[in-house]
Design a protein around this ligand. Structure first.
Ligand SMILES: O=c1ccn([C@@H]2O[C@H](COP(=O)(O)O)[C@@H](O)[C@H]2O)c(=O)[nH]1
Length: 237
């Protein structure tokens, strides 16, 4: 497991990002740049955050035809990101194309970013999956199916809820990344998330990375909230 919780930087302005990151002074963080930030500030914001010494998971969840995803990944690989993702629902051909694009676009001498795939979003309940996506198996079966497909397509891991991490690692291997959003410290607001777990529970079950947004970014003291969550994640409290 990675000892740093990944902070979801769900902000829209570069000013907000700057002010937020300044709170952490010289601490090196692992942050997640998602659609809200990337669609407004693009490669420039990724570059600036990287220059500040932070690791970056670029959470754009690509899902398109294989050729388009290959070309997009080739471009993203030039950004010096650490991890990026696609939707497993795009299929094995698309996932393999994503990986090939990433390898082709990575500058010589640099490490290829980790590539993971979303199984079922943590905001999806079993009922919504069955009635809206018309997937007639259990949510666990669907998540496991996508994890298996992702592993066989040569990717590094999946996005899932903490509750599915152990099952996925048992069916793939211990090194297969299970990155789990939907993390909520006891007593904090769940919001739109459906499959949530505390940082401590996520560690016990087998998450490799946890992603935490609002419980940190909307806290009265984000630095204190981050360290409390980090301690719980590392089993220190
Ligand atoms: O299944 C998924 C995939 C991605 N996310 C992203 O993680 C963060 C979670 O933020 P919170 O504020 O802690 O809910 C957010 O950026 C999502 O886009 C996810 O939640 N679930």
């Amino acid at each position: 497991m990675n000892d740093k919780p990944i902070i979801a930087l769900d902000f829209s302005t570069s000013e907000e990002i700057k002010n937020f990151l300044l709170l952490f002074k010289d601490e090196s963080l692992y942050v997640k740049v998602g659609m809200e930030l990337y669609y407004q500030h693009g490669a420039e914001i990724v570059k600036r955050i990287k220059e500040m010494g932070h690791e970056i998971f670029l959470d754009l969840k690509l899902h398109d035809i294989p050729n388009t995803v290959h070309r997009a990944m080739k471009g993203l690989a030039a950004l010096d990101i650490d991890m990026v993702n696609v939707h497993a629902a795009g299929g094995s051909e698309m996932m393999r194309a994503a990986k090939e694009g990433l390898i082709a676009g990575t500058p010589a001498g640099s490490a290829v970013p980790k590539l993971i795939a979303v199984t079922q979003l943590t905001s999806t309940s079993e009922e919504a999956m069955q009635t809206e996506q018309l997937i007639k198996v259990s949510l666990q079966e669907s998540v496991l199916h996508y994890a298996d497909l992702t592993c066989k397509s040569g990717l590094d891991g999946v996005v899932c809820s903490a509750w599915e991490a152990r099952m996925i690692k048992d069916h793939t291997n211990e090194d297969f990344i299970c990155l789990t959003p939907g993390i909520r410290p006891a007593g904090s607001a769940v919001g739109d998330q459906k499959r949530v777990a505390t940082p401590g529970r996520a560690r016990e079950i087998g998450s490799t990375f946890i992603v935490v947004g609002r419980p940190i970014t909307q806290a009265a003291d984000p630095v204190a909230a981050y360290h409390e969550i980090k301690n719980q994640w590392n089993g220190a409290e």
